[in-house]
Design a binder for this molecule. Sequence first.
Ligand SMILES: Nc1ncnc2c1ncn2[C@@H]1O[C@H](COP(=O)(O)OP(=O)(O)O)[C@@H](O)[C@H]1O
Ligand SMILES: Nc1ccn([C@H]2C[C@H](O)[C@@H](COP(=O)(O)OP(=O)(O)O)O2)c(=O)n1
Ligand SMILES: [Mg+2]
Length: 231
Amino acid sequence: MWRRVASLSPLISHSKPSIHNQAASTFKIWESFTSQSETVTPSKAAPFITFVLGGPGSGKGTQCAKIVEAFGFTHVSAGDLLRREIASNSAYGAVILSTIREGKIVPSQVTVQLILKEMEASDNCKFLIDGFPRSEENRKAFEEVIGAEPDVVLFFDCPEQEMVKRVLNRNQGRVDDNIETIKKRLEVFDELNWPIVNYYTQRGKLHRINAVGTVDEIFEKVRPIFAALSK
Ligand SMILES: Nc1ncnc2c1ncn2[C@@H]1O[C@H](COP(=O)(O)OP(=O)(O)O)[C@@H](O)[C@H]1O
Ligand SMILES: Nc1ccn([C@H]2C[C@H](O)[C@@H](COP(=O)(O)OP(=O)(O)O)O2)c(=O)n1
Ligand SMILES: [Mg+2]
């Protein structure tokens, strides 16, 4: 495992080394990495982070499962973490539920803390952060709290009509998988997603993937991105 991660390390970049070092102390994995190889410098041993963008129903979760299987990432789904929070009747649960039901975005502070906790609890160092960031506010909050930028950003680009069709057929009993909420989610997505896409395009990190096709066809476009990194 370490060798694979070490081989990914030349592609790992971090824009704010000082904040990163500060946040690094919060990662158990950081300590284990730095003690595992004498050739590894701290900046190379940081977590390898992939953000997974795309509208509702674009296939993020489905492709994440394939990436986990093929490349050993840990899947951190922002939506799943928020739904877990609702189910646990936590202090934030009611607010999260009404926000999701309205098709809006939960305050970044809440989501980033949940993501951070999940990353801290993992022994893995390769993370797929699915459904995040969904706004510039999300993106900035992550950078401030975690102190690192993603190494790779995937964007599953899917026509609205196809996304609506998939969400309505999803059948997972989700409160937001109904036509009224989907319309709102698509409006929010259209309003907030493009600045994020533009930001990571400018930074040379974005991989735009046409999300129309079978699950396997789409994964064949995803695979080379990670295969190249682990060479
Ligand atoms: N390429 C695809 N073609 C058709 N249906 C798909 C495809 N990928 C995923 N699905 C289905 O569409 C629905 C939404 O997929 P999901 O992975 O949950 O998307 P997201 O996480 O982006 O909302 C699910 O029911 C899933 O099985
Ligand atoms: N970064 C995030 C991710 C999800 N949410 C909320 C709002 C989203 O509509 C719901 C569901 O997110 P999820 O990623 O599970 O949704 P899809 O898989 O794209 O259908 O959670 C959020 O507020 N902030
Ligand atoms: Mg999903």
